[in-house]
Design a protein around this ligand. Structure first.
Ligand SMILES: *Cc1c(COP(=O)(O)O)cnc(C)c1O
Length: 386
């Protein structure tokens, strides 16, 4: 359901008595909020027996069985608030990824941390740069916090460091970079991210959102942790929602210097990392077999799916993540929108890209082997007009 649009009438002081009546009897959100449309992930299940959900970049297999077992053990403790700082989890993450456990903050999904960054660093009129086809939560959270989102044009669906730098003004406070990027699946090399950082003013916060970094198999990629260790103006964000397949539990983390963590702790909710999520995360980090299997499966089936789409005449953007952005023709009955509806009618959920300004594309995540075979078969049938 779309958010009702109020903008225009109640901000003006000349109005009819009808409008006045409405104005007096309804609480009004701030004008920026009233103008916005809520996040629309396409998770509603279509009416078919079997649902193949490839619309939200979730893990293909569901959580590690060890995570489920660990979570269950929390059931008799759920009347107690969780720890404010899950110290054991910070230490486990630190030892796994070679980080400093003192520099971590946890949130109810990394979405909470994105919002907290905006609330902590943006005053009205302050600018937050995001990339053209970057994660939509960046401009949304920027606006909710009262700031102004500034889109930096991509170059052929790839993030362009110079284009970001061209957008920097004296009002820039934050730069959001998803690396790898959602929804395009592309990435910037370690050197390009370092170049971006080196040219930013020291008082601009660079947010490196590495939500998909656990999937990446590339020598020239880095999650950005080394920039956090070295500099005062970088935060890296991570999540248990994607590779670890715990999206339903909502747990994300950030890695930054203490002065940044202090600011975030003031605005974020104190108990964002819940007991069940923390227990599941601890167990997941230990399940290396699950992690290796997820990465290997993803490489294999992303490559397979992209090549099958190419055989069908559909181009995919090059991706190093667990999803693909696929281009459909602009012909009547064959568009991405048509394909999305066709697939939905057969129980396959994908994500339309109109909200991102790329209506010719669908994004779909890599599911199980079985699911990918069904998707390819159905796309072939769609293209043949069956
Ligand atoms: C999925 C995603 C997130 C949000 O992750 P949660 O931890 O589930 O809130 C953040 N950033 C990007 C780029 C994502 O794709």
């Amino acid at each position: 359901r779309r958010h009702t649009r109020y903008i225009g009438d109640w901000s003006s002081d000349v109005c009819s008595s009808d409008l006045l009546e409405v104005k007096m009897t309804q609480p009004k959100p701030r004008p920026t909020i009233a103008e916005m449309v809520r996040y629309q992930p396409n998770l509603g299940a279509p009416v078919t027996d079997r649902v193949i959900r490839l619309s939200a970049n979730e893990g293909a297999f569901g959580p590690s069985p060890k995570a489920l077992a660990a979570m269950e053990k929390q059931s008799n403790l759920l009347h107690w608030y969780p720890e404010e700082e899950p110290v054991e989890l910070a230490e486990k993450i630190a030892s796994k990824y070679d980080l400093n456990p003192e520099n971590m903050v946890f949130g109810c999904g990394s979405d909470e941390l994105i919002m907290a960054i905006c609330q902590a660093y943006l005053d009205p009129g302050d600018e937050a740069i995001h990339t053209e086809y970057g994660f939509i939560m960046y401009p949304m959270s920027t606006k909710v916090a009262g700031g102004s989102p500034v889109p930096a044009p991509d170059n052929n669906f790839k993030v362009d460091v110079d284009s970001i730098l061209d957008c920097v003004t004296s009002r820039t406070r934050v730069v959001f970079l998803a690396n790898p990027n959602n929804p395009t699946g592309s990435y910037l090399s370690r050197n390009e991210v370092a170049r971006l950082h080196s040219k930013l003013p020291k008082d601009v916060l660079l947010v490196i959102d590495a939500a998909y970094s656990e999937f990446v198999v590339r020598n020239d990629y880095s999650s950005g942790a080394e920039l956090v260790d070295k500099y005062e103006n970088v935060i890296m964000l991570r999540t248990f929602s994607k590779l670890y397949s715990l999206a339903g539990l909502r747990l994300g983390w950030g890695y930054a210097k203490p002065h940044i963590l202090d600011a975030l702790h003031v605005v974020k909710q104190p108990f964002g990392a819940n007991r069940a999520a923390v227990a599941a995360a601890l167990a997941s980090l230990d399940d290396q077999e699950f992690i290796d299997k997820a990465v290997e499966h993803n490489e294999k089936w992303r490559t397979w799916t992209a090549s099958k789409f190419e055989e069908l005449g559909l181009n995919c953007l090059p991706s190093i993540t667990n999803f693909l952005m696929v281009k459909f023709p602009n012909d009547d009955g064959k568009t991405a929108n048509d394909a999305g509806s066709f697939l939905a009618s057969r129980g396959i959920m994908t994500r339309g890209m109109s909200g991102y300004g790329a209506p010719d594309y669908l994004r779909l995540s890599i599911g199980t082997e079985d699911e990918m075979k069904i998707v390819v078969k159905n796309v072939a049938e769609f293209l043949r007009g069956e």
